[in-house]
Write a protein that binds this ligand. Structure first.
Ligand code: IMP
Length: 178
């Protein structure tokens, strides 16, 4: 029997088990360990949603690395371009470094595109992207997502760091809107 859960006004059903997530995360880590073997990458964990993925992923990463936590804040500036993005929390000098952006989910890719644009201005050696989840039907940007845990349909999900109105981040499985 399907165990529905209620978060605020919505019902969600189990979608990805903790075991399925664990296996996907291990695959991502194995790929990173192989491909970035000769780098000492800086992992930039995009808060808040990526904390759980980052923790599981980085326990499986065996190459030397640094880990930092960032936030992308959007605000409406006075310029005609509208929304402006700013990166909060990055104190390290990342010039010349291989940077791995750690995301919980890539949906339209708007957040990722902004982040990549900011990082490209910092003269990094290369940018790689690791995301626990990707919605390929929603993602319309050209930027390559190098390491994807699980591709999912264009449905709203919660759990494993992802929230619905601030709730559900602590769930160890991923649930989808019922
Ligand atoms: P994007 O800019 O459209 O790629 O969306 C990225 C952000 O939207 C993610 O980092 C999440 O915070 C949020 N998001 C997108 N899809 C979902 C979802 O299905 N559940 C919860 N949050 C989501």
């Amino acid at each position: 029997m399907t165990q529905l859960i209620t978060i605020k006004d919505k019902q969600f059903r189990p979608y990805l088990s903790a075991e399925q997530i664990e296996s996907a995360v291990k695959n991502v880590a194995a790929k990173i360990n192989k491909e970035l073997e000769n780098e000492t990458p800086v992992f930039l964990v995009v808060l808040n949603g990526s904390f759980m993925f980052a923790s599981d992923l980085l326990k499986e990463v065996t190459i030397p690395c640094e880990i930092s936590f960032i936030k992308v804040a959007s605000y409406h500036g006075t310029s005609s371009s509208g929304s402006v993005s700013e990166l909060i929390g990055l104190t390290e000098d990342i010039s010349g470094r291989t940077v791995v952006i750690v995301e919980d989910i890539v949906d339209t890719g708007i957040t990722l595109e902004k982040l990549v644009a900011i990082l490209q201005r910092k003269n990094v050696k290369q940018i790689k992207v690791a995301s626990a989840l990707l919605k390929p039907d929603s993602y319309k940007k050209d930027y390559k997502i190098d390491y994807v845990g699980i591709e999912i349909p264009n449905d709203f999900v919660v759990g494993y760091g992802l929230d619905y109105e601030g709730l559900g981040r602590n769930l160890k499985e991923i649930y989808v809107l019922a």
